[in-house]
Design a protein around this ligand. Sequence first.
Ligand SMILES: [Zn+2]
Length: 343
Amino acid sequence: MGFDRPHAATLSFPRVAPEKGEALSSWLARIARAHLLDLDHVGDEIGCAVQLVDHAPSDSTVTQIGRRTAVDFDRVRAAVHPLLTSLDRPVRGELDWRVCPACLTEDVEAGRAPHLRVAWVHPLSTVCLKHRSPLQIPTDLQAMAMLPMDVALPRQDHGLTCVRKEPLDSFLLAASLVDPAKPASPDLETLVGEIRDLVDALSVQMNFALGRGAALTLFEQPRRDRHIAPMALTLPDGLMTGLDPADRLLFARAAIALRWPSPGYHQEREVLGDWFSRVVAVVVPKGRRRVIADCGMDPLGLLAVALPAQPFHQLRRRAKDWSEDMRARWSRAEQLAALAGLN
Ligand SMILES: [Zn+2]
């Protein structure tokens, strides 16, 4: 079969062609299925774990995939998201897949193999731009149609199927910023850094005066009536890559909603307003509450009020690298936290 020959086209027959816009890991998983191989074996053949191949593979990995599959280098390279970096590589080494169910249904109806799109693999991509619907962790049925048998099925988070209580516009904006079909925005690195910092902040145990739970609970409680366990007491560094795929999606969506809240915070007022008043009632001295209420309700302010002193000051240091509008919002959030008397 030639598996022992380093350059043999061992994965070229039966032939499995990449679909247009298909992500590299998805194509390799379909090759594994067609060849009755497990993913680890395909990983050995190409010199890179299939689970990590979407995250900035080296030219030598792309070349080796081209040799093994007898497909041109450029065509293999086209299956790689141009903006995904090795910093986004999941440290747990699991397949970081999220899918649009409507796109997968269209694949089947059109007689194509259901497949993962390159556009879905970036952590800032949380909705399908075509159907304007939330990406989801593949269900068991979807995963079984796309993956070889040896892959463990992903944990689901059914709460994420609905975006009714979140600013869909912000998800669409974030997804279009990392759309591989468009030129990258010059400040993308800063924006992605802000999302990473916000994910870190959302994972921290909130001020104990407010209760036990990650700061994300402040946003998940009113949205989906649920408590999120804290992951750290001080600000972690790059937590997003250490989360499982369902939590990565959950935290990325919350951070995106915080980064690009609805204009005038209208939607936040509707969904989080009550909650905000309750937080203020717990942490703000009575005489200052009216002033706080007048400050409006930037959800970043809610986060600043809820963070304990140490992670608050850690986040404050990171905020110096944020973009101009975020720095302005943070400085108002700091004032709010000072008024509350906590930070
Ligand atoms: Zn779709």
